[in-house]
Structure formats: structure tokens, C-alpha cells
Design a protein around this ligand. Sequence first.
Ligand code: KG4
Ligand code: ZN
Length: 373
Amino acid sequence: MILLVSLFCKNKLSQFLSKFDSSCNEILYYHNHMLILGIETSCDETAVALYDTDKGLLAHVLNSQISLHAPYGGVVPEIASRDHLRCLLPLIKKVLSEANIKKPDVIAYTAGPGLVGALMVGSAVANGLALTWNCEVIPIHHMEGHLLAPMLENEKPTYPFLALLVSGGHSLLVDVKAVGNYKILGTTLDDAIGEAFDKVAKLLDLGYPGGPEISRLAEKGIDDSYNFPRPMLKKPGFDFSFSGLKTAVMLAVKDLKKQGKLEKEKANIAASFQKAAVDSLIGRTLKAAREKNLKRVIVSGGVGANKMLRKNLKKCFEGEVYYPRLEFCTDNAAMIAIAAAHRLNDKIKPSQIEAKARWPMEQINYQMRSKNG
Ligand code: KG4
Ligand code: ZN
């Protein structure tokens, strides 16, 4: 009898608790839960992701345009826009059906910086779908996407941290106090680091994009074969410059060509260039972390996929180092969706097509925007 009563009570209790549970979930749903569709079309990758603020990343897909641009040795903006137009809607359909979702609660899209025609495709599609689905949009800064990409991982950095953002268009050191509280400590005075990798790859007749090609070839070379300069290492401040390094490589290549030794020396050139570039990125990063007393560093952006950079920074830095997984270092839409998850207060009604080729990162700071009205 006692057993029956206790079973009955346990049953009632769990029924009661389950009701409580579901009402809690409902409250959570209405107040916090958001399903975010992320769209990235700033350069040569069309990417879409679906992020659930409770469950995390549900799906992400990407169509790379590398094979379309490779014959030209770099991105052709017109080809990029046309291919985004061709791929974007099918990729959105794919992601929604993979996750078995009819429509998201909010659409996040890259509004800049990037190729303006390419950005307009993402922005127009995001705003058009938001009107159809009666939902809101969040325009995201591409570099904030890279900056918050480590938040997609299980091991996330806590604030404050130093961000080394290294891509095809940017080399930035950012003092990150919180979301929307960014201070740019250093930037490139000339080429971005990814651009330097791409240009050196071109000099060596390697494929496009150059970063992964240089890195692959460098594994077969000796990295102190050539004493290339470590730009800016002794200069005050935290800016980067890679044109001197690029010129030094160009002169060495010219010389080797004249002597008919280039083919034999390509791997050594790639390894020595990569070592000089990585040394100079790490040198500036360690200096910034030391002078700003920051104990955590994150590295993101396409060049953040470089194995030597990842390994050597972990070895040299006494604090904690965080990276997104390799596929989220290079351009992707998961980073746009997670950035939006951190900026849900910035939701707006679909109204205008935002596409900014240039967009200084500090303009997205909360205090800066309110100061500017
Ligand atoms: O972030 P990302 O995909 O696109 C931009 O926002 O620019 O970065 C692309 C850049 C290219 O310059 C590419 O050569 C470089 O990242 N990259 C690499 C590696 N993987 C991509 N550079 C060095 N090592 C790599 N493993
Ligand atoms: Zn990028």
C-alpha cells in the first residue's frame, strides 16, 4: 500500500514538474529563445547557417567560388555577385530543410565590409525574406563575425581578451572588453596578411587562394633558408606592415629565376616567408597582450587557419589561446549567426539594403553609436 501511494505521488509529482518544466521552457522561448538564420556573401563564399540560441548551431552550408576565380588568380567581383545570386536561395532552402525548420525568428546578414555587389545580394535576400516571413533582420560587421567565431566552440574565451583578426582584407589587433566594446590597437599599414600570402603564392606560381598553398609547400622547406625581414617588430605601437617582406621575397624570387634555381628553392622560399610572417604576427600580439595586460588571446580569420601560427602562438603565449575550428576561421555563416545571437538587441525591421564596402570596426561600438546619436 505504502509503495502504491508513493508511486502515485511520484507520478503526480513528475507530471506536475513536467508542466512546470514546459511552462519554464515557454517563458524561455518567448523571452530568450531565437532561431537565427545567418547569411554571409561578403567575398567568394556563399554561406548559410542556422543557429538556435538554446541548442547551438543546427546546420551550416557553404559554397566556395574558388574554382571560378582561380583562373584569374584572385577574386573577380562581378563573378562573385552572380554566383552568390545563383547559390544563396538554394542554400537557405537546404539549411532550413536539414534542420526541419519552416522559418527563422530573425535573419542576420553580413552588411560589410566586403565587395559591395556581393554584399548587396546577401542584404537584398535577407531583407526580402524578412518581409515575407514577417521577421526582423540584424546587419552584422564581417570582422565582428570573425571576432566572435570562437564562441561557437565548447571552450569559449571570457572577456576581456585580445583578438588577432587576420584575413584576406584585414590584419587587426583588437582589445575586446565585451560585445560592442572594441578598441583597435593595431592595423596594417599596407597589405593585409592574407593578401601577402596570396601575392607571394602568385610570385611562386602557386594556386589561389595562396595561404593554404604556401602553408602546404612550406612543410617541405627549411624555414631559415632565407633571412626575410620581420616587419615592424622593433617599432612602437601595434601596427603591422607586410610590403617590405613581400618585396624581399620578390627580389629573392627574381634572383633565383635569373640563376635558374627557382623551382628547386620554392619550398624553402615558402617556408622562410611563412616563418617571417608568423613571427611578425606573434611578435605584435605578444607585445599587445603584455602592454595591455590581457591574459587571453583569440585568433580568427582565414590566416587563423595557418597551422604554424596556431602552434607557435600557443607555445609562446603564457596565457590562454582560443581559435575557432579550421572551417570557422575562413569565411562562413555560422560566425554571422553567432554574432547576431550576441546582438539580439540590434534587431531592426527590414527596411533598407545595407551594404558597406568600407566600415571601420569601432563604428559598431555601443557607446560610440549612442554618442553619435
Ligand atoms: O577570412 P577569409 O576567409 O576571407 C576574408 O575575410 O578575407 O580569409 C581569406 C584569406 C586568404 O588570403 C587566404 O589565403 C588566407 O585567408 N588563408 C590562409 C590559410 N588559409 C586561408 N593563410 C595562411 N595559411 C592558411 N592555412
Ligand atoms: Zn573573412
